[in-house]
Design a binder for this molecule. Structure first.
Ligand SMILES: [Zn+2]
Length: 237
């Protein structure tokens, strides 16, 4: 890869990283995407399946839908897509259907990556179309964003669990005991503090709604790998 192409790819990835930060702001797993045509931004997207109640709302597909509508074409052969995380199988197939010229991604995803990590959809010779893929561009930055996000999430979950345990374990017992002893309600546990701890606002609600996924893959963020940039020919686990 020549130097100009490398810096073009890093520029595209920085734009995608900006989108990933948008995802983080609304409590979604921070993955961002941008679609360029001849260096011009056509569309952007960030991961938002929780906030939109749409399991297909991955960053790539959000951007892809915008681009296709803007260009009024279901095929985008002149476009390049930059995404901060290796695409999953769903997104990889959608990008092949759209006939993207190139796909560039940041961190590798050894759990669901379909550009060489788990599957290699882009390099599958039996499919009727192949797309050039470059992986590992600014992989450390892209992966760090995800790792930090999951680490913060785990810490927050822990403090919420502590608050929830305090609320469920202490309050009923205190009420029963208090009733038996004939104490006034003012003598009970400080309930308002518990409410404050478990109700920090809309963002926290969005974060909490994602908690079950973390139970399934508590170390997902730690698994993102950093490898040297490589093309589709040599992409592989
Ligand atoms: Zn996807």
């Amino acid at each position: 890869m020549d130097e100009p192409q490398t810096s073009r790819d890093e520029h595209g990835m920085r734009l995608a990283l900006d989108q990933a930060l948008n995802a983080r702001l609304v409590g979604e797993v921070p993955v961002g995407a941008v679609i360029l045509r001849e260096g011009q931004i056509i569309a952007t997207g960030y991961n938002r399946p929780i906030t939109t109640h749409d399991p297909t709302a991955h960053a790539e597909l959000v951007a892809l839908r915008h681009a296709a509508q803007l260009l009024e074409n279901y095929r985008l052969p002149d476009c390049e897509l930059y995404v901060t995380l290796e695409p999953c199988a769903m997104c990889a197939m959608a990008l092949l259907h759209a006939r993207f010229k190139r796909v560039v991604f940041g961190a590798w995803d050894p759990k669901t990556g379909a550009a060489g990590s788990v599957l290699n959809v882009f390099g599958e010779a039996r499919l009727n179309h192949q797309t050039e893929v470059v992986g590992g561009v600014m992989a450390e930055t892209c992966g760090r964003l995800l790792k930090d996000f999951f680490a913060e999430r785990r810490a927050q979950q822990k403090s919420e669990q502590v608050a929830a345990r305090a609320a469920t374990a202490d309050l009923p017992v205190a009420v029963d005991w208090a009733d038996e002893e004939g104490l006034a309600k003012d003598d009970l546990l400080p309930l308002p503090e518990v409410e404050v701890m478990s109700g920090l606002g809309a963002l926290d609600s969005a974060l909490a709604s994602f908690a079950p996924l973390l139970d399934e893959a508590p170390d997902r963020g730690d698994a993102f790998e950093v490898r040297a940039a490589q093309g589709s020919d040599s992409a592989g686990p």
